[in-house]
Design a protein around this ligand. Structure first.
Ligand code: UDP
Length: 252
């Protein structure tokens, strides 16, 4: 196979040049650093394979209800074809329940249902620790326009409704999640679409049976894939058990 040009390598994914202009190949690594940004630097075996499938599942679902995403199709176990976008340098977080830093910053007990989904923006800059920013900062520094922001909030809330519903259907509560948004151009018109990935790495998931996303401390790396596998199985993305039901049948 011809060597592909690497465009970008992050903690959890590698982007390669795609087969056609305007496309990229997104490769999912097993790196655990994305799930444990400040903790151990190790790998969770099989995480990339599961995140590739889970992100495909969520993005395809969003596409089917008219929420535009970068996802085109899965290529293999670890790769998917996506639309190349201009990433807006903001992480968009939607919160349904209080968890994480917001609990200490605002003094709200962990697990408190919020009066309505709260959308927050964080400036994507690792050196600065991705600080929380206001719309004023975003517009003043030109990271996005007011119209972009309105569209991002609308997109994020639609993703929240969709994801919350899908998770609720399999007994999981979506406490919060993060998305990234990209800009694409269609002639002279720009459109904002959901980009990056939607996977347990970027969601905080709770349920009665104790499955929680990789973001929730403290957890041992051993058995980490369990949470990803459990979610994939509940969503029907992975078979719960692989059995051979009878003889193989001939397919024409
Ligand atoms: N998140 C993420 N990447 C980041 C920061 C946060 O995917 O770099 C996700 C995180 O998984 C959680 C949500 O955004 O679902 C809100 O994160 P929070 O601000 O509570 O901070 P954290 O608990 O991740 O430190």
């Amino acid at each position: 196979m011809a060597r592909r040009k690497k465009i970008f390598e992050g903690k959890a994914k590698i982007l390669y040049e795609g087969p056609e202009p305007g496309t990229l190949v997104q490769y999912f690594k097993d790196d655990a650093a994305a799930a444990f940004p400040t903790e151990r630097r190790d790998t969770i075996e099989g995480k990339g394979v599961l995140n590739n499938r889970l992100s495909e599942f969520f993005m395809t679902g969003l596409n089917s209800i008219g929420v535009p995403t970068h996802f085109i199709r899965r290529i293999n176990m670890r790769e998917q074809l996506i639309r190349a976008v201009e990433i807006i340098p903001l992480e968009v977080v939607v919160r349904n329940f209080a968890a994480g830093p917001i609990t200490t910053r605002l003094g709200i007990p962990e697990g408190t249902p919020l009066p309505r989904p709260i959308v927050e923006f964080y400036f994507k800059d690792e050196k600065l620790g991705d600080p929380l920013v206001t719309e004023e900062h975003i517009i003043a520094f030109g990271w996005a326009s007011q119209q972009d922001l309105d569209e991002m909030v609308a997109l994020a809330l639609r993703v929240n409704d969709f994801l919350s519903g899908v998770m609720m259907g399999v007994g999981i509560r979506l406490a919060d999640f993060r998305i990234e948004v990209g800009r694409i151009w269609e002639g002279d018109f720009q459109r904002l679409i959901v980009a990056d990935e939607i996977s347990p790495d970027s969601c905080r998931l709770w349920d009665a049976r104790g499955i929680i996303s990789a973001d929730d401390p403290p957890r041992e790396l051993a058995g980490q894939t369990d949470a990803y596998t459990e979610l994939a199985q509940r969503l029907g993305v992975l078979p719960t058990n692989v059995t051979h039901a009878g003889k193989p049948t001939l397919i024409n």
